[in-house]
Design a protein around this ligand. Structure first.
Ligand code: AMP
Length: 284
C-alpha cells in the first residue's frame, strides 16, 4: 500500500493507476462504517484509494477539532489489511497554503439541519472534497448514508460543478444495538453509550410509523421526540422529517423522505438518519 503525503506524489501514483479508481475520503479513526466503504470501493474498481485528513475548515471555533480522535498507524494498518492500494495523508499546509482563499459553497441545501446547527460546516466539507476530487480524480467516490445531508450536498456540488465522478452511497453500519458507528463514539462514557441507543430507536419509531401507513410528518417527528425524551442524558438539537432531496421539512409524506436527528450526549454530538419510502430503507 502506498502512503502519499504530497500532491505531486498523488499525481505520479495516479498516472500509474490504470483502470477505474474508487475513493474513500475519511477523517480517520476508522471503524466498521469506513471499512464498508472500502469494501464497496475495492469490489467495484480496479484501484481503491482512501484519504485521511481531519479537515479544520469544517469545524466551528467551539467544536471538537482538537479532540477529534486520531490514530494514523492503526488506520494505515486497517486500510492495508482491507486491500486499499494507496492512502493520501496530507498535512494541513498541503491542503491550505497560507494564501488559500477559494471556497466552495452549496446554497439552500446547506441552510437546514446540520448546516443550521453548524454554520460554515458544509463550506468546509465541500471545499475539501472538491479539492480531494481534483487531486485524486477518482471515477467513483464512496460516501456513507449516515451523514445524509453531507451525501446530498456533495452530490449537488458534483452535479453543479460538473465534476467527472460518480457518488456511490453506502448503507450505515451499526453496532448490534443499532447505534451507528462513528469515530466520536469513542468519547462516550458507559452510561452515555447506553443512552446513545435512543437515537436509532427514535429513527426506528419513525420508520415503524411510516411502514404502518402514517404519512403525517408531525406525528412521526413527535414519535421520534417521545423516544428521545425518555433519555435524560440526551440533549436533542433537532428532529427532522424532510423531503429526501431538498431536505425541506414536510407536512405530509407523499414522496421519499429522510428522518434525521442530532443530539448531544455529554460533550459528544451524534447524528443519524434513515430514509423513509425509498428502495434503500431497511425493512425492520
Ligand atoms: P468521517 O471519517 O466520519 O468523515 O467519515 C468518512 C466517511 O465514512 C463518510 O462518507 C461517512 O458518511 C462514512 N461513515 C461514517 N460512519 C459510517 C457508518 N456508520 N456507516 C457507513 N458509513 C459511515
Amino acid at each position: 500500500m502506498q502512503i502519499l503525503h504530497t500532491i505531486p506524489a498523488v499525481r505520479a501514483a495516479r498516472q500509474e493507476a490504470r483502470g477505474s479508481l474508487g475513493l474513500v475520503p475519511t477523517m480517520g479513526y476508522l471503524h466498521a462504517g469506513h471499512m464498508a466503504l472500502v469494501r464497496a470501493a475495492r469490489d467495484a474498481n480496479d484501484h481503491c484509494w482512501a484519504t485521511v485528513f481531519v479537515n479544520s475548515l469544517q469545524f466551528g471555533q467551539n467544536e471538537d477539532f482538537n479532540t477529534y480522535p486520531r490514530d494514523l498507524p492503526r488506520d494505515l494498518a486497517l486500510f492495508e489489511e482491507a486491500g486499499v492500494d494507496a492512502v493520501f495523508v496530507p498535512e494541513a499546509e498541503t491542503m491550505y497554503t497560507a494564501e488559500f482563499s477559494t471556497y466552495v459553497d452549496v446554497e439552500k441545501l446547506t441552510d437546514r439541519l446540520e448546516g443550521a446547527a453548524r454554520p460554515g460546516h458544509f463550506r468546509g466539507v465541500t471545499t475539501v472534497v472538491c479539492k480531494l476530487l481534483n487531486i485524486v480524480q477518482p471515477h467513483r467516490v464512496y460516501l456513507g448514508r449516515k451523514d445524509a445531508q453531507q451525501l446530498r450536498v456533495i452530490r449537488r456540488m458534483v452535479r453543479d460543478l460538473n465534476i467527472p465522478t460518480t457518488i456511490v452511497p453506502v448503507e450505515t453500519v451499526r453496532e448490534p444495538d443499532g447505534l451507528a458507528h462513528s469515530s466520536r463514539n469513542v468519547h462516550l462514557k458507559p452510561a452515555e453509550r447506553q443512552a446513545a441507543n435512543a437515537l436509532y430507536q427514535a429513527l426506528q419509531a419513525a420508520q415503524q410509523g411510516f411502514v404502518a401507513g402514517e404519512r403525517n410528518a408531525d406525528v412521526l417527528r413527535a414519535a421520534m421526540r417521545a423516544v428521545l425524551a425518555r433519555e435524560p442524558l440526551l440533549d436533542v438539537e433537532y428532529v427532522s422529517v424532510a423531503d429526501d432531496e431538498s431536505l425541506e421539512a414536510l407536512t405530509t409524506i407523499e414522496r421519499p423522505a429522510l428522518a434525521s436527528l442530532a443530539a448531544r450526549i455529554g460533550t459528544t454530538r451524534l447524528i443519524d438518519a434513515i430514509e423513509l419510502g425509498s428502495d434503500s430503507s431497511p425493512s425492520s
